[in-house]
Ligand binder design. Structure first.
Ligand code: SF4
Length: 438
């Protein structure tokens, strides 16, 4: 029996697919890379943007023929889209051949749902929990990204940014117990993982529910204290919860990467207020100043949205000027996409598509210029990279430095999982190319 998992969306989903793989492996399934040869196909969906949903719907629909041809094939749909209000009913109506629908709060039930479906009965087995008070523990993931590993520290979100569907589909914030997180990090280090990323919708508010037992800076510092060489990253941070203590912890622990992903979303206070982000442009820049006073040269990356309802040219110019002032190493840029059920979707002042498109092109040009400049700083010098993979197309190994820059080099033996010093002699786009120092 074989499984095939199709994953959409963020790192959180990628890691949850590793857990789904763990559940399926425990039920005796083996991984199958060709979707047509699998006995169970699981879609782990995303609903953060309409595009991601349409994509998933298209791909699920395309399986109708295969389902008819292949007796015993099971199709399961889980994740954020399945959890979204009304989507399970829509899935049942549009795709009557889907066998199992499960949500974000009951991943651990998947094995049981498979049993129920196999036990017979027509129609889909649908299981969605409206909320979950505790974190789901005890699912052994099948990790697929050596030398990198992800560890959840908290789930859900209490922030209700007006454009975001996450609090509705992931529920209120729940922290894992620090001892569970630390025991997982410790095991990963002992198993030889070289880069561990602590994951949460808002890692900075870890333990806001009291369930963790310590705050985020304390957890991060403990996670950085295991013997051996490894790197520690974390995402995502909310600027309103960023603290001086976190900067100090980053500074005094060399295993914590000098890279902070701090989503700004906009440079205009008026838009930030409409987004319910609960910080101002000034406060955001103060955070960066505090960070760079502690760790000069610390790389900062961000997320930016253009075309939020009522965004004027002046508001957008404020975002451009924030990009110039903040000196981001890179930024992930998005055109605002209304999500039904969020407050922003009800707001007036929709920005015409052509205006948003024109703005995002200008923003991307500026972000790219900054990113190229940030990469150029490495030219002629050496930087430590962790080798992660082999790029078949380029015929080169690749890895990232602690600032997140991708570096490529040739090697006649497998270097995956090794920390290496890259002598950078060429930059292409934002990537670094060179030779490995002896
Ligand atoms: S902090 Fe805001 S953007 Fe991030 S998950 Fe929560 S509501 Fe969404």
């Amino acid at each position: 029996m074989k499984y095939h998992i199709v994953t959409y969306g963020c790192q959180m989903n990628v890691h949850e697919s590793e857990k789904i793989a763990g559940i399926l492996r425990a039920k005796g399934y083996e991984e199958e890379s060709a979707i047509g040869d699998a006995d169970i196909i699981v879609f782990n969906t995303c609903c953060i943007r309409e595009n991601a949903e349409n994509h998933a719907f298209g791909n699920i629909g395309a399986l109708k023929k295969l389902k008819r041809q292949k007796r015993g094939l099971l199709i399961a749909v889980g994740g954020c889209m399945a959890q979204e209000e009304g989507k399970a009913a829509l899935l049942r109506e549009k795709f009557s051949f889907v066998d199992i629908v499960f949500g974000t709060h009951n991943l651990s039930e998947l094995g049981e749902l498979i049993e129920r479906k196999r036990a017979g009965g027509r129609g889909a087995v649908i299981s969605l929990l409206p909320e979950r008070l505790r974190t789901e523990e005890g699912i052994e993931p099948i990790r697929t990204s050596y030398p990198n590993a992800w560890v959840n520290i908290n789930y859900g979100c209490n922030n209700f940014c007006t454009y975001c569907i996450v609090p509705y589909v992931r529920g209120r914030e729940r922290s894992r117990r620090a001892e569970d997180v630390l025991s997982e990090v410790g095991s990963l280090v002992r198993e030889g993982y070289r880069e561990i990323t602590l994951l949460g919708q808002n890692v900075n508010s870890y333990n806001s529910d009291g369930a963790g037992g310590m705050d985020f800076p304390a957890l991060l510092e403990r996670a950085a204290s295991f013997p051996g060489k490894y790197r520690l990253r974390f995402m995502t941070s909310h600027p309103k919860d960023f603290s001086a203590e976190l900067c100090r912890v980053m500074k005094r622990n060399e295993k914590i990467c000098n890279l902070l992903h701090l989503p700004a979303q906009s440079g205009s206070d008026r838009i930030l207020s409409l987004m319910n982000r609960r910080y101002t442009r000034e406060k955001y820049l103060e955070n960066l100043q505090m960070l760079r006073e502690e760790i000069p040269g610390c790389a900062v990356t961000t997320d930016l949205i253009v075309g939020f309802p009522t965004e004027t040219e002046e508001d957008f110019e404020q975002t451009l000027s924030l990009v110039r002032e903040a000196d981001f190493a890179t930024a992930f840029t998005f055109v605002y996409s209304p999500r039904t059920g969020t407050r922003a979707a009800e707001m007036e002042g929709r920005i015409p598509d052509e205006v948003s498109r024109e703005r995002i092109m200008r923003l991307i040009a500026l972000v790219n210029e900054n990113a190229r400049r940030a990469s150029a700083r490495f030219l002629g010098g050496e930087t430590e990279i962790l080798c992660e993979d082999f790029d078949q197309k380029k015929g080169l190994y690749l890895g990232r430095n602690e600032e997140g820059r991708m570096g490529y080099f040739a090697s006649d033996r497998n270097r995956i999982g090794e920390f290496l010093r890259l002598k950078v002699d060429r930059i292409s786009g934002v990537s670094l190319f060179g030779e490995i120092a002896d």
